[in-house]
Ligand binder design. Structure first.
Ligand SMILES: O=C(O)CCC(=O)C(=O)O
Ligand SMILES: [Fe+2]
Length: 282
């Protein structure tokens, strides 16, 4: 192992206990790629979000939600007004300013939940390969429930963001690398939030306790990114924009378009084969 790599790892192991505090530390975050800000969201604000969630869950989701086939934890349903703009709460942009500067925008806001319909583990991955625009984005995870090992809290591989974007999208094999990152699975309470570099490797275990794990995932970025959806602090630093929704429309051909085409061709071949079999049976 090269000497420089050894010292990076040694300092990461020392930082495991520093990634969680009531005060965000950008120096620690730059090295680890993740930070847990404790007791940071005002209690009355969290209470209101939790009440909104309870009503939304009982009135809309309980009846049988439309589980996202590609990623079951990612909620498909339209959020109610009281949860649709959580990223506007000033604590998030104010906390991110030392990292991103004064001009900050939203890339995407969604919920990731582990209830009875999405209790399985989420494989080890990084998010950047699924994003458009610049790669200096961060997820801000805001739990509205407790999150711990028993209900599928997130595990982070500290420092792995330093490898950048790995060039493909999917489940990472950590054993294929010379370097093995320290991992942490922080326990969370409502009022805490996590800041995670979108390049950081993360995963989560199954929900075995049956206590729903409910979390917002707001992806936030500097306001010079042309994929910004809404300004949350300062001024826009770009006058060119494009929407990150439905990205395949910008491609004549692509990996995703090929998969879609191959799946259609496969379905067609299957149907033809079944027809031949049924004709032979006659
Ligand atoms: O909700 C989780 O446990 C992980 C979700 C996630 O990382 C993702 O959808 O990118
Ligand atoms: Fe992710």
């Amino acid at each position: 192992m090269k000497p420089a790599m050894r010292s990076t790892l040694e300092s990461l192991n020392d930082l495991v206990s520093d990634i969680s505090s009531e005060t965000f530390c950008p120096e620690v975050f730059r090295k680890t790629g993740v930070f847990v800000v404790r007791n940071a969201v005002p209690l009355d604000v969290v209470d209101a979000w939790q009440s909104e969630w309870k009503v939304f869950y009982a009135q809309v989701l309980q009846k049988g939600r439309d589980v996202n086939r590609a990623n079951p934890v990612s909620l498909n349903e339209q959020l109610p007004e009281g949860l649709a703009h959580m990223y506007r709460e000033p604590v998030f942009a104010n906390t991110l300013k030392p990292l991103m500067g004064d001009h900050i925008a939203l890339y995407n806001h969604r919920f990731v939940i582990k209830d009875a319909l999405s209790s399985n583990k989420v494989f080890l991955h990084q998010d950047s390969c699924y994003h458009a625009g610049n790669v200096n984005k961060c997820s801000v995870f805001v739990p509205l429930s407790i999150a711990n090992k028993d209900n599928g809290s997130l595990t982070f591989h500290l420092g792995s963001h330093k490898l950048g974007v790995l060039g493909d999208a999917g489940e990472i094999n950590p054993a294929s690398f010379d370097v093995q990152w320290p991992t942490v699975t922080p326990e969370l309470s409502p009022g805490d939030f996590i800041i995670m570099d979108s390049r950081l490797w993360h995963e989560s275990g199954p929900n075995t306790s049956g206590i729903d794990r409910v979390m917002a995932d707001m992806i936030i970025q500097p306001a010079d990114d042309p994929t910004g959806q809404e300004l949350i602090s300062g001024e826009w630093q770009t006058d060119i924009f494009y929407s990150p929704k439905n990205l395949t429309r910008h491609f004549v051909n692509s990996r995703i378009l090929k998969i879609v085409r191959y799946e259609k061709e496969l379905a067609q071949l299957r149907a033809e084969a079944l027809q031949v079999i049924s004709q032979n049976d006659e």
